[in-house]
Design a protein around this ligand. Structure first.
Ligand code: ADQ
Length: 539
């Protein structure tokens, strides 16, 4: 078995067999069917994992988004070469399966469930049946691809049943890891979902499960205890179900901070940043970059901005907000309705306050390439990252990594997982309370240069410590050789256990997301998460 020391060397990573629903690359073909080029898919998971597989030997198993006819055989296509930096095995889905498994169960049930946006949860039996079927299909393909010494690493809620499905297909000694990129709901929320037991059992096939924050990890342990009566050792972060033991770890994902910093120092990128500002008729620029998703709090942000301009006329003509929001999941009704509502609100805002050349809100829906993205980060006086719920949120870290000039202010929602790491030095706001967002943005816009620089230095130092590399090494270590958890994590789990023993475990879980939750407890959570990661430094 690979020892943790081996993981210190970039050249000696084990071979990774990585699986996710999302394909890492979109292949663009010519009319002759040949691959013309491929573009990296957009989203947090691929942003984080592509650099990992570019560095390690490995294979990525994902969904083949090219639809095929109902009477076709299920197709598995291997994409290799033609500019794709690692082999990608694509599992085919029929159109009807895309509707039920992906648009249905994943996007209309699991996504809102994990983010505790219960009004959007649509738990339909036909969606569930196809979700099971497709998870089995993924497991078949992963088993076909696997070699004895591979690390099998399953990603995200789309494939929650795959870890247990792998156990039925591979040698018990074969290590399987799972990482959950989104929040994990508490037991009270999960219990109301019809297939909660099957989902938990599906995950418990893994040897290790990673979450971004202590809150998600303790929610999961609580669910195993209360909904499946598992033998859970909270202090050690272990769960025994039947004969199988799973370790639960807090592993906040990071970004490739050095890559962002070096792009930010490129003269071409800096020139582009200056150009962005030159063409905007405003003195201050506030930027947001998100997938167009109701969890990202874009509509709530627009409402807060409306309130800001209406109460503070002196901001008109001076401050411009720019939102880059790339539409995703366009076939899902909740996303279609959200987009319409959002665009209506933006038009109303611009209609009410815009004058001459100046528009209060610039709305763009095209994806930016990496250099353009960094140029926008550099151009912005303030980055406004205010999701109503978010597993982590990489944009917050990317903004800080790019600010090599140590300028700029991060306004960050306390509902983003990133708040557990960056919340202390960002302007922390509660998107559920408009006043908090308005005040936070104003505080950012009026902050002295000295304070900006002092906060940005601290934010950058956290982002530089908490990189994708550190996350990868910690996660692989957890999968290969899980050892007792670090002191800080023990403390978090123990705190939770103590709270449970005192009979207020659930109240504690609920409280931790509440605006009135004490700063002391929130700061403690941040402290634990940050230190937990610092246990195994990058170098
Ligand atoms: P996402 O919900 O996709 O990820 P996020 O973490 O913010 O959210 O990542 C988005 C990524 O897409 C970032 O790398 C960002 O730069 C990029 N992006 C967004 N809009 C873009 C645009 N207009 N142009 C170019 N790039 C754009 C999920 C979870 C998150 C978790 C990640 C990783 O929902 O909570 O942080 O996985 O675990």
């Amino acid at each position: 078995m690979t020892s943790p020391d081996v993981l210190q060397s970039e050249t000696e990573y084990p071979r990774l067999l990585l699986a996710s629903n999302r394909e890492p690359f979109r292949v663009i073909r010519g009319t002759d069917g040949d691959v013309r080029h491929c573009i990296r898919s957009m989203g947090g998971l691929t942003s984080a994992l592509c650099p990992v597989l570019e560095r390690c030997e490995g294979v990525w198993v994902s969904w083949n988004p090219e639809p095929f006819a109902p009477d076709d055989e299920i197709q598995v296509r291997e994409q290799d070469g033609d500019g794709i930096p690692f082999p990608v095995i694509q599992v085919g889905l029929r159109n009807s399966e895309v509707r039920s498994y992906y648009n249905g169960f994943c996007n209309r049930a699991l996504w809102p469930l994990c983010h505790t946006i219960l009004r959007c949860v649509t738990p339909r039996l036909d969606y569930w049946q196809d979700f099971r079927l497709i998870n089995e299909r993924f497991a078949d393909e992963i088993a076909t691809q696997s070699r004895r010494s591979d690390v099998i690493w399953i990603h995200d809620y789309h494939l929650m049943l795959v870890p247990a499905a792998m156990r039925r297909r591979i040698d018990p000694k074969h290590r399987v890891g799972y990482f959950h990129h989104v929040p994990f709901p508490n037991a009270r929320v999960l219990k109301a979902f019809p297939w909660h037991r099957q989902l938990i059992k599906g995950l418990l096939g893994a040897d290790s499960i990673g979450f971004h924050t202590p809150e998600y990890a303790s929610n999961f342990i609580e669910c195993c205890q209360e909904l499946l009566s598992c033998d859970t050792r909270t202090e050690q972060g272990t769960i025994v179900h039947g004969k199988h033991k799973t370790v639960v770890r807090v592993r906040p994902i990071g970004v490739d901070a050095k890559a962002f910093a070096s792009l930010a120092d490129e003269p071409e990128v800096r020139k582009h940043a200056i150009e962005i500002r030159r063409t905007l008729p405003c003195e201050r620029l506030v930027l947001s970059v998100d997938r167009l998703d109701y969890t990202k709090g874009i509509l709530e942000r627009v409402e807060a901005i409306r309130s800001l301009f209406s109460r503070l006329p002196q901001c008109r003509g001076v401050v411009t907000f720019m939102q880059v929001a790339v539409p995703t999941r366009p076939d899902v009704p909740e996303y279609q309705q959200y987009r319409l509502k959002l665009e209506e609100a933006i038009n109303a805002l611009n209609g009410e306050f815009g004058h001459g050349d100046w528009k209060p809100f610039i709305y763009r829906t095209e994806p930016l390439n990496r250099k353009e993205l960094v140029a926008h980060y550099l151009a912005a006086d303030v980055a406004c990252v205010t999701p109503i719920a978010d597993g982590m949120n990489l944009v917050a870290s990317e903004y800080c990594a790019s600010r090599t000039d140590e300028d700029g202010v991060l306004v960050l929602s306390n509902q983003a997982g990133a708040s557990a790491i960056l919340g202390e030095f960002a302007i922390s706001v509660d998107i559920r309370h408009q006043e908090s967002v308005v005040t936070g943005i104003l505080q950012a816009l009026t902050m002295s240069e000295a304070e900006q620089s002092s906060r940005m230095q601290k934010l950058r130092s956290l982002v530089m410590k908490n990189t994708t590399d550190v996350w990868l090494r910690n996660c692989l270590h957890d999968i290969l050789e899980p050892d007792p958890v670090e002191g800080e994590q023990v403390a978090v789990f123990a705190q939770r256990e103590q709270s449970r023993r005192n009979g207020n475990g659930r109240a504690h879980a609920g409280k931790s997301r509440h605006p009135a939750h004490s700063h002391g407890a929130a700061a403690k959570r941040r402290h634990h998460a940050g230190n937990g990661n610092a246990q195994r430094p990058a170098h």
